[in-house]
Write a protein that binds this ligand. Structure first.
Ligand code: FAD
Length: 284
């Protein structure tokens, strides 16, 4: 027998989690967790539905920071002019699931599941996103990189809700790009995912953030590549990414290793090329 709670506001939700956190499952859009429940992979005593908490439904840009409330959906993001400034984010969510999935599913859930091949979370890591976690007593902010501690594992405690995801707004001469290799064009788990945020100065890469999904137990930053291309001309950097495999990517010995190595380099280079085009399109 499972008890179902449908709190009316964040305070109520956090009080319920304070009392029952260890035995409860948070359901937001439900597109991941309801499947796990119906397949009996998890059997929570208590379900706390947070998909309609009014305090978590917002998209804001204030003082150079973009904030997504914890139950904002992909559909809402795709129609929002603030989110549309991040071209890579739009690309990452454009083909995530189906229109029906995107109408209910959330980036908070994408992060919360901590799957290695999560599209939105991969792009959010390249954007340098932070996660704001709230319980009934306090809030804390954790970088998305520190949020993950392995496959499907995070630092989130049972009594905490992802209240907000935030990242710095895209500045002048900055661009973002995303690329995914999968067997099908839609509704498929990616085999290699790459997100890029780049800052150009007179055709030189001043800063770059590169994230990789589906290659390790958790999403990672390709710091070796980021450092290597810093200060390079954009064309040289693109060539470098096409030719160099990231040291951070885990690749098991297998028949497909060589193929996957070459696909990874190509996907990263494509995401970088999209980010360059975005940085140069004179948005401002
Ligand atoms: C048909 C189909 C296709 C899909 N295709 C893709 C795809 O292409 N790419 C992809 O990345 N994913 C895909 N998914 C997976 C899923 O849709 C996404 O991961 C989605 O972002 C999950 O969001 P949700 O709100 O539905 O999460 P839920 O299922 O509600 O929750 C997922 C996990 O996060 C936790 N959680 C959710 N919100 C919060 C919060 N605010 N605070 C604390 N914990 C929270 C839950 O407790 C749970 O552990 C697909 C799913 C389906 C069913």
């Amino acid at each position: 027998m499972t008890d179902f709670f449908r709190p009316n506001n964040l305070h109520e939700a956090l009080e319920i989690l304070k009392e029952y956190g260890e035995r409860a499952a948070i359901v937001n859009g439900g597109s991941d967790i309801v499947i796990s429940i119906s397949q009996k992979k998890i059997a929570p005593d208590i379900i706390v539905y947070i998909g309609n908490l009014p305090e978590l439904r917002y998209i804001r840009e204030e003082k150079g920071v973009i904030s997504l409330g914890g139950n904002v959906t992909y559909r809402e993001m795709s129609h929002d002019p603030i989110c549309q400034k991040a071209a890579g984010l739009m690309k990452a969510i454009a083909n995530l699931g189906s229109p029906g999935v995107r109408a209910v599913a959330t980036p908070a859930g994408n992060i919360g599941t901590a799957a290695p091949a999560a599209d939105c979370a991969t792009m959010l890591m390249a954007l340098g996103a932070d996660v704001v976690l709230a319980n009934s007593k306090r809030e804390r902010t954790v970088s998305l990189e520190d949020f993950y501690v392995g496959r499907n594992c995070t630092v989130k405690q049972a009594d905490e809700i992802i209240r907000e995801i935030r990242f710095s707004a895209i500045r002048q001469r900055e661009g973002t790009g995303y690329c995914k290799a999968a067997r099908r064009k839609a509704q498929d788990i990616g085999k290699v995912l790459a997100g890029v945020r780049v800052h150009l100065e007179k055709n030189i890469v001043r800063e770059a953030a590169i994230s990789l999904g589906a290659l390790n137990a958790e999403i990672v930053r390709a710091v070796s590549l980021e450092e290597a291309i810093r200060g390079m001309k954009k064309e040289t950097a693109y060539q470098y990414l096409k030719e160099n495999f990231p040291a951070e990517a885990g690749l098991r010995e297998s028949y497909f290793k060589e193929y996957k190595e070459s696909v990874t380099k190509s996907i990263i280079a494509q995401a970088f090329s999209c980010a360059l085009a975005d940085a140069e399109k004179g948005r401002f």
